[in-house]
Design a protein around this ligand. Structure first.
Ligand code: ZN
Length: 448
């Protein structure tokens, strides 16, 4: 009568089918061991002996016969088919016994019931919860006696999940960025660190830029790390770039944001970029400030070569042209041997050279796209001559990159410049050529 090999799962199902049969309801049966069930399932004389032993204390022949019929019913064993069983696990959180197994079975009929081999009871739910990491055998049966099983392992989890959130504060708040590390899973308290530095109990970090590795360890030694590139934020990127050429910034938040905005516009140009890189190469560190007492001039901005102060008359004066003008002076100061303060002394010989080089640079930029009024304005005739010279120098959007290209008219227009802006009417130094400008143009990506 047995066609299929008897598996442990089939024995289990036969046993339960016998026990659950209504004819035994209310009757206390002797315990039915797996060995007895196996003997019953085997059939023949072994089966008869097993059943005789099992029912010897049960009174009433009809009961004995019913049991005998049930236990030897060929359908009970022969119709048992294997269910196809699969299972998935949900990994427990770090070192916790909260793993899950969800089971699915096909091939049977009706309602399935599920049981772990370690459990004594069957359940209708196909999900087992609160499991510790180990290997489980999952049994499935239906009312027809079909059964199946699968083996699945819940793996120990030694990691926790962390998330890093970077927020940029607005002007009313300092610092400029706040990094909050959050943890899911694991066991508190947590210890936090950044870039392998010392551990802290606070999950908050401030003012970190660039690539940072955040690490968290829980109370049980479970840990996790996350790489975060904070440069991804444009504002932080800009702040970092400005920081490269900054010693101090004595500006309020609104002024600082305006400075960053102007600086950002300058960095977008080929010359502005070269100027910025030139300042970094020379190691120039500036003190940005607002000052309504810029020495000796009524200018909107000023650069002091002895203190490296870069000042604006007011926040309204913090414009792109003024910023690039003063940044260029800072570059000249590092480029010319002895600095540019020497041209303010001894009657100011060369001071007009320094200023005209700056205005010449700005006029070339204006001709090549920026727009704006050119510096020569002592007469209409000279304005026209200067404009035509500029037009020629910037033909095809070129930037003149050598003395040869400008030497025919440069000192001529320098004299016009002194007449145009009498505040810069100092003796000309015939040996002071605009080499700071050429050095930047040559290092730039500007068309030349
Ligand atoms: Zn100037």
């Amino acid at each position: 009568m047995i066609k299929a090999p008897i598996t442990n799962e089939k024995v289990e199902i036969i046993k339960n089918t016998i026990l659950q049969n209504p004819i035994f309801e209310g009757i206390s049966l002797p315990s039915i061991s797996d060995e007895i069930i196996l003997e019953i399932s085997t059939g023949g004389s072994q089966c008869k002996t097993a059943i005789d032993g099992l029912v010897k204390d049960i009174e009433g022949t009809s009961l004995k016969e019913d049991f005998n019929t049930l236990a030897t019913d060929p359908n009970l064993i022969d119709n048992i088919t294997n269910l196809a069983v699969t299972a998935n696990t949900k990994q427990p959180t770090c070192k916790n016994n909260d793993g899950e197994i969800s089971v699915s079975a096909t091939g049977g009929a009706g309602t399935y019931e599920y049981k772990l081999s370690t459990s004594t009871t069957w359940q209708v739910s196909n999900v087992f919860k609160n499991l510790k990491p180990e290997t489980y055998t999952v049994l499935v049966k239906d009312k027809q006696g079909n059964s199946g099983k699968t083996v699945i392992t819940i793996i120990q989890n030694l990691t926790i999940t962390i998330n890093v959130n970077v927020s940029i504060s607005n002007c009313s708040k300092q610092p400029t960025n706040t990094i909050i590390v959050s943890v899911s899973g694991g066991t508190p308290p947590y210890k936090y660190s950044v870039n392998k530095g010392s551990e802290q109990s606070s999950n908050t970090f401030i003012n970190l830029y660039g690539t940072n590795i955040f690490e968290v360890e829980d109370n049980q030694g479970c840990n996790s790390a996350k790489n975060v590139n904070i440069l991804a934020n444009e504002k932080n990127d800009l702040s970092l770039k400005l920081k490269e050429i900054t010693n101090t910034i004595s500006l309020n938040c609104e002024e600082k944001e305006k400075l960053e905005h102007r600086f950002s516009n300058i960095l977008e140009t080929c010359f502005g970029n070269a100027l910025y890189r030139g300042l970094i190469t020379k190691g120039v560190k500036l003190n940005f400030k607002i000052s309504n007492n810029i020495a000796g001039t009524k200018a909107s901005g000023g650069y002091d070569p002895t203190s490296n102060d870069l000042s604006f008359q007011s926040v309204d004066a913090l414009e792109e042209t003024t910023l690039i003008h003063e940044l260029f002076h800072a570059y000249q100061n590092s480029f010319y041997v002895g600095g540019i303060d020497q041209y303010r002394k001894n009657g100011g010989k060369g001071r007009s050279n320094i200023e005209f080089e700056t205005f010449f640079m700005l006029d070339i930029l204006a001709m090549n796209g920026g727009g704006g009024q050119l510096v020569i304005r002592n007469s209409q005739e000279e304005m026209d001559k200067y404009f035509n010279w500029m037009l020629n120098l910037t033909d095809n959007d070129n930037h003149p990159n050598s003395w040869d290209k400008i030497k025919d008219k440069y000192f001529y227009f320098l004299e016009d410049f002194k007449k145009s802006i009498p505040a810069y009417n100092y003796p000309t130094d015939e040996n002071l050529l605009p080499n700071a400008y050429f050095s930047l143009i040559k290092s730039s990506t500007c068309k030349q």
